[in-house]
Ligand binder design. Structure first.
Ligand code: HPA
Length: 248
């Protein structure tokens, strides 16, 4: 079963034939909302809206541990994250789709491991390549198959939020090697790794990052909505194809 974690602009999947919803309790508290089970192109899917179905949970308050644990617990064998980002690289403008291959974590104070109980031995997971290579390849192949151009690779910087960055912070992120900036990529990716749940992401550029191009004087929220609405139609198309390929 494929898990899809939807972010801003993707709180439901039109092509998901819903069979049931389930509220899962976890040792880590409540997930962002009920899990929605169903099928896309015959492939079993479980969907979770990362920020809650009413988009009420800011990135720094999402219970990532509960979300990932719940998905694994109900039998997800892989997870695709959809997340909106700000584009730092000049060719990552609004509407661009990226399947990132690396992460830099600037978040703080988030519960970012399952291995912190006092009676547990210390455990370090390998995180050299934070995204699952096979799932990335499947996402890229699905994009090609439906004729959507998607950038293969990029460095995703995770900031704490919920505020957006300053122009100087974006300059620093770029010097660090980041191509896009978002607020939810971590600890989601590492928790999936700790659970041995193959995980990959598709990033939707909602806006140029602060201080860049059309965001030089500030970030316009009106245009973000329009961009996300249009781009999520393309993302759904890619996910539909991914599901059909997984089913085949
Ligand atoms: N910064 C951080 N997160 C984001 C942005 C941004 O500019 N756009 C969408 N998510």
């Amino acid at each position: 079963m494929l898990a899809i974690i939807g972010g801003s602009g993707l709180t439901q999947l039109a092509s998901l034939i819903v069979s049931r919803r389930e509220v899962v309790r976890t040792p880590y508290g409540e997930p962002s909302g009920a899990l929605t089970f169903g099928e896309v192109s015959g492939q079993p899917v479980v969907f979770l809206a990362r920020h809650g179905y009413g988009h009420t949970m800011p990135p720094h308050l999402v219970n990532y541990r509960a979300n990932l644990w719940a998905l694994k617990h109900v039998g997800a064998t892989a997870a695709v994250s959809v997340a909106s980002v700000g584009g730092i690289r000049a060719d990552f403008g609004p509407g661009a789709l990226i399947v990132p291959d690396q992460i830099i974590d600037y978040t703080w104070g988030r519960k970012s491991t399952y291995f912190d109980a006092s009676d547990q031995p210390v455990h370090h997971v390998d995180f050299t390549h934070p995204y699952d290579a096979r799932l990335r390849a499947l996402l890229l192949a699905a994009s090609v198959a439906v004729g959507e151009s998607v950038f293969d690779g990029g460095v995703y910087a995770t900031t704490q939020g919920p505020r957006l960055e300053t122009a100087a912070e974006v300059n620093r992120l770029e010097r660090d090697g980041a191509d896009v900036v978002g607020m939810t990529g971590m600890p989601e990716a590492v928790l999936a790794r700790e659970l041995e749940l193959p995980y990959a992401a598709i990033n939707v550029v909602a806006n140029f990052a602060a201080g860049r191009a059309s965001s030089e004087q500030g970030i316009s929220f009106d245009s973000i909505e329009v961009v996300l609405h249009e781009a999520m139609t393309r993302v759904r198309c890619i996910l539909d194809r991914l599901c059909a390929d997984l089913k085949a």
